[in-house]
Write a protein that binds this ligand. Structure first.
Ligand code: G6P
Length: 366
């Protein structure tokens, strides 16, 4: 009811603004990196696995896709990730030494539960879940678990569950790295410090809301949008496009920016807003030339850049700067303005933000 919403108009907005608290709670009690965070048997299991298989749906799948980049680069373990409903219905090659990781806000999604059972029926018994509901079927079915502390999420479009999943997945990455001898004490301390600063850093990003509202007014008049990201931020572009589709009903697609020239560039006209996730990482120079490719076709760019990046606003290039550059954890910051953009665009279009047409919060049918 209205009392629960406080100053917010919708649960989605409230849940976006709860993210500093949700991430802080998810990290509560974490005083160091240790496999036991995932269960008593975690060290033994982490020690014998040779790869990771991630299974999830929807927004949870994009959290998993982000984790693939982290786990491969920081822990040095190969990661496969599959959409749960695809995995369970195809013939794949089982690897009993893989760690099977399911990611689910509700812990009740039928496709993800069925994918888990499918993996187990093929002798893949090392199972772990990142889940927001401690009493769910998913937690009961998996040997290891990490409970995110997002709290009840009401909005159908997932927000705080996503950033807390990423937080837990980063912890998992560090534990796997540690067991494999790839995490020095100094690195552990640095990562923990960065994680503890996340609530404040996300809070600072939330303060960009007024600038994002101005962009949303323009987006509300469009019927299509393209989202670009590279590397670790490609899954964030996918999540941004999903948020916009789900609640504003604007057709949105996400591409890794380097793939533009292999197809989507044909769609770019003056009518096409192109949202670009542009953190100041190793790919920034490549991304700048992708931006030029869009500009040359008249496309309107909406760039989320970092504070110290050299992307300047110019004709057709709109820039919002995030307060700080955040290294590995940057996806957790960069998704927040995309959530706000989708929310305010939907608001301007007058759609039912918390209950978008045809969608359900938890899909317990196959
Ligand atoms: C539904 C929801 C999405 C969610 C997906 C997976 O489609 O509308 O927001 O990402 O299910 O749900 P889960 O509970 O497994 O994370």
């Amino acid at each position: 009811g209205a009392a629960e919403l406080g100053p917010y108009r919708h649960y989605m907005q409230k849940e976006i603004f709860e993210q500093p608290r949700a991430i802080g709670d998810t990290l509560e009690g974490v005083t160091g990196i240790s496999p036991e965070l995932f269960g008593d048997d975690a060290y033994r299991i982490f020690n014998k696995i040779d790869s990771v298989l991630i299974l999830a749906c929807g927004t949870s799948y994009y959290a998993g896709l982000t984790a693939k980049y982290w786990i491969e680069s920081i822990a040095g373990l190969p990661v496969n990730i599959e959409i749960a409903s695809e995995y369970r219905y195809r013939d794949s090659v089982p690897n009993p030494n893989a760690l099977v990781v399911t990611i689910s806000q509700s812990g009740e999604t039928a496709d993800t539960l069925a994918a888990l059972k499918h993996a187990r029926s093929q002798d893949m018994v090392n199972t772990l879940t990142i889940c927001n509901v401690s009493t769910s079927a998913m937690v009961r079915e998996c040997k290891l678990s990490y409970i995110t502390r997002a709290g009840v999420e009401v909005g159908v479009a997932s927000t705080k569950a996503f950033t807390t999943q990423l937080t837990a997945l980063f912890l998992l990455t560090l534990c796997l790295a540690q067991v494999r001898g790839r995490l020095t004490d100094e690195q552990e301390a640095d990562h923990l410090k960065a994680m503890r600063h996340l609530p404040a850093a996300v809070g600072a990003v939330l303060a960009l809301e007024p600038q994002i509202i101005a962009w949303a007014e323009e987006f509300a008049r469009k019927e299509n949008a393209l989202f670009l990201g590279r590397g670790l931020h490609y899954p964030i572009a996918l999540e941004g496009a999903l948020k916009l589709k789900e609640i504003s009903y604007i057709h949105a697609e996400a591409y890794p920016a380097g793939e533009l020239k292999h197809g989507p560039l044909a769609l770019v006209t003056q009518e096409m807003p192109v949202v670009t996730v542009a953190p100041n990482d190793a790919l920034i120079e490549k991304l700048k030339s992708n931006i030029q490719e869009v500009r040359a076709r008249g496309g309107q760019l909406y760039v989320f850049a970092d504070a110290d990046s050299h992307i300047a606003p110019s004709e057709g290039v709109h820039v919002i700067r995030l307060p700080e550059h955040y290294g590995h954890l940057s996806p957790i910051l960069h998704v927040v303005p995309l959530q706000l953009l989708a929310y305010h665009t939907a608001l301007a279009r007058g759609t039912d933000v918390d209950k978008p047409r045809n969608l359900a919060k938890s899909v317990t049918v196959e």
